[in-house]
Design a protein around this ligand. Structure first.
Ligand SMILES: *[C@@H]1O[C@H](CO)[C@@H](O)[C@H](O)[C@H]1NC(C)=O
Ligand SMILES: *[C@@H]1O[C@H](CO)[C@@H](O)[C@H](O)[C@H]1NC(C)=O
Ligand SMILES: *[C@@H]1O[C@H](CO)[C@@H](O)[C@H](O)[C@H]1NC(C)=O
Length: 441
């Protein structure tokens, strides 16, 4: 590309490339994928199958891959699954999962992995399909439920994922993905991640997660990720991390995130390491009864230290937050503990009104530069400083955070089956979902 056209293309990039950079989701409509219906019932499966895995594989290999514009169909009904599937390389296809598949083996890996798909839609038309993982029987000793691997131009929506032995939905790299209208319910303990996402240009919205680990969490490398209308219902809370060496995360927006209970309103977590997280906006957060609130911790002891001096955080804005933590002296509503080896800068708190249910709180800062909280330092020279703890007063803009009908007061039992929920139609107080449920279309 010549200098002039390079310049022209740079000028075409909007100044605020903070979120999506182009189209997300499948390139063609569902109607373009109806030419051939590849039903598992025609490929060795039956409602009530003890192992629907081989029929899914066969329908994919012998039908989807042979007919462009096709739909792999699992009709409504109950199925068990013992053989995990990796469906690789399909183009212009859909996976319509109207049935509920229950895990019936403890093999590791992923129950359903979609790999290198292009122009792909994974959904249930009745908004009732999904996977029951019975994780309480195989805690951290079984599969993840769904993994989208290096795919492009795709969506995953209207699926219910329950009690995975490990994580529920992993978006591994790829680009132009959209995830929406999902209900995810995991056990009330660690290792039960809701959505983990990395890659380029993904939109995650209208997702409800109940668990005790990551709600919707961005991992490295990632750029141009928009996460919005997220309901963390007694969840671990959302995060960016854990981050270590070679981190590369930029142009991320989280907005309209509601967190009821759980570990944090939001956390950026690392322990030494290298690379960067920059150009991030966290807008319109409501949280109630979380352990930690706005939490940057770059000395996070649960993570093995990286070899670098610290992941560089910069240009990170927290705007319009309302919420409370359980005990603001034990665990601050705001703490910005940045890496001494890479002090964070341009950290802006704008209208952040985080308080404590005990009516007493402290704030903590270390090696943090920016504005909007008493303990942060200003100025353009960013020299590390030791942790500062200051007592805080109730922010003038604080109001007791709103609740949502259907908030949990306790997580689900870890030694019994977790009931299969329905998918909500609102995921943030006062906001309807962006796209209607498939069953209401
Ligand atoms: C994905 O879709 C975009 C248009 O939205 C298109 O430019 C791109 O080529 C598609 N990717 C592939 C691998 O076909
Ligand atoms: C800072 O990040 C915001 C997104 O939150 C972005 O719009 C802006 O361009 C960034 N500023 C700089 C100087 O990169
Ligand atoms: C959130 O928790 C409430 C209370 O148990 C429950 O009714 C609701 O279904 C949960 N949301 C989901 C989708 O799991």
């Amino acid at each position: 590309m010549g200098f002039k056209s390079l310049l022209a293309s740079l000028l075409l990039v909007p100044a605020a490339t903070a979120q999506l950079t182009g189209h997300v989701g499948p390139t063609t409509a569902l109607s373009a994928k109806q030419a051939t219906i590849c039903s598992v019932l025609d490929y060795g499966g039956a409602i009530g199958s003890a192992d629907i895995g081989p029929a899914i594989s066969s329908a994919f290999t012998n039908c989807v891959l042979k007919h462009s514009g096709s739909t792999l169909y699992v009709p409504a009904g109950n199925y068990q699954m013992q053989t995990w599937v990796t469906l690789s390389g399909g183009t212009k296809w859909a996976f319509r999962l109207d049935g509920l598949i229950t895990r019936a083996a403890t093999t590791g890996g992923n129950m359903i992995a979609i790999q290198n798909a292009n122009d792909f839609e994974f959904y249930s038309a009745n908004s009732a399909g999904g996977i029951q993982g019975l994780g309480y029987q195989a805690r951290n000793a079984g599969p993840r439920l769904i993994r989208m691997v290096t795919s492009t131009n795709w969506s995953v929506h209207d699926l219910i994922l329950v009690d995975s032995p490990e994580f529920h939905l992993v978006i591994q790299a790829g680009s132009n993905g959209e995830v929406y209208n999902m209900a995810i319910r995991g056990g009330n303990l660690g290792g039960s991640d809701g959505v983990d996402v990395w890659g380029t240009n993904h939109w995650i919205h209208d997702v409800e997660v109940t668990n005790r680990d990551e709600c919707v969490t961005v991992k490295s490398p990632a750029n141009n990720i928009l996460v919005e209308r997220i309901w963390c219902n007694q969840s671990g809370g959302s995060a960016i991390g854990s981050l270590s060496d070679g981190t590369a995360i930029e142009d991320i927006v989280y907005r309209n995130v509601y967190t009821n209970g759980g570990n944090q309103a939001f956390m950026i977590k690392s322990n030494l390491g290298s690379g960067y997280v920059r150009n991030v906006l966290f807008q319109n957060f409501i949280s109630r009864g979380v352990a930690y609130g706005l939490n940057i911790n770059q000395f996070w002891s649960s993570q093995t230290p990286g070899t670098g001096a610290g992941v560089q955080l910069s240009n990170i804005t927290f705007q319009n937050w309302d919420g409370n933590v359980v005990d603001g002296v034990a665990r601050p509503p705001i703490q910005l503990i940045c890496a001494d080896g890479a002090p964070c800068f341009d950290i802006t708190l704008d209208n952040v009104n985080m308080w404590s249910q005990t009516n007493k709180a402290v704030v903590k800062c270390e090696s943090a530069f920016g504005s909007g909280v008493s303990c942060i330092r200003s100025g353009s020279s960013h020299t590390s400083y030791a942790i500062v703890t200051q007592s805080a007063t109730q922010p003038a803009g604080y109001t007791t955070p709103t609740t949502m009908a259907g908030d949990l007061t306790a997580g689900f039992a870890t030694n019994a089956a977790i009931p299969t929920p329905t998918i909500p139609t609102s995921f943030f107080p006062g906001l309807a979902q962006i796209s209607p449920l498939a069953k209401n279309k």
